[in-house]
Design a protein around this ligand. Sequence first.
Ligand code: LMR
Length: 328
Amino acid sequence: MKLKPVLLILSAALSFNAYAQAPIVIKFSHVVATDTPKGQAAERFKQLAEKATNGRVKVEVYPNSQLYKDKEELEALQLGAVQMLAPSLAKFGPLGVKEFEAFDLPYIFPSKTALYNVTEGEIGKSLLKKLEPKGITGLAYWDNGFKVMSANKPLHTPSDFKGLKMRIQSSKVLDAQMRALGANPQVLAFSEVYQALQTGVVDGTENPPSNMYTQKMHEVQKYVTVSNHGYLGYAVIVNKKFWDGLPPDIRAALDKAMKEATTFEKAIAQRDNDMALDAIKKAGKTEIYTLSVKEQAEWRKALQPVQQQMESRIGKDLIAAMNKEAAK
Ligand code: LMR
């Protein structure tokens, strides 16, 4: 047999094999509803990724803690049981990367522009790098928004928090924040919050309106205060071994799809939160209160010590660098 026909047969067999191969599956697990900024962006990423790779990649999105709750999903990612997540930045402490909790510092970002100075600059990049030794690659930052506070009593001044049991995410900064207000913080997985509020296991909580509305928390919270006292955002992360093992052309296509999904996500986050706050108002079960300038000054004063308290955990230099970027 001549060499050329043999090579032709071989290459045909190989390409047939490539087509016959099962697609690469990315299981993308998250804890919020599909009609939140994160939920919609996960769906958008799926569409873009599958199209860009001509179906060689299949993205399966599992919303609403369907597969895993907060802590379990990070463990599942490290074990390779899922490939992609977008946990809130407040949830990386248990993984040993405490620095992300800097995003939880009260009033650290006066605006989204200030936030982007951090996430899109050197600080953002260096924080994602800290995930690598944990077997995780950080791909992007996604937004949610600034948080409101809720309870079954009006929350106008710090003294209104005295003795309230407030649900928080696992961040120690959020723990310090609630203590500075005189409340008792309780860490609970996101999937457990509605029931905990309903049954009185906790009295109140904090979240951007999109999370509050889509989990129906407003149905069991009589008062919401628009305080914008803190930020909630996400890091989109993948299992590093899985990511590094992808064929380079696939990885490049997924990177591009992620960039596009990220642009989409940032564009819808604020609008979704405005719509959710409106919807909570219209539902008529919750009184929405916006802090006056004087009250906001009182909140700021009460929460000011948190930055210093958290220096030893997060790093004095990181907090200073973030404050500097935010002030630009
Ligand atoms: C929460 O646990 O309160 C939220 O961070 C959930 C999320 O992912 O937005």
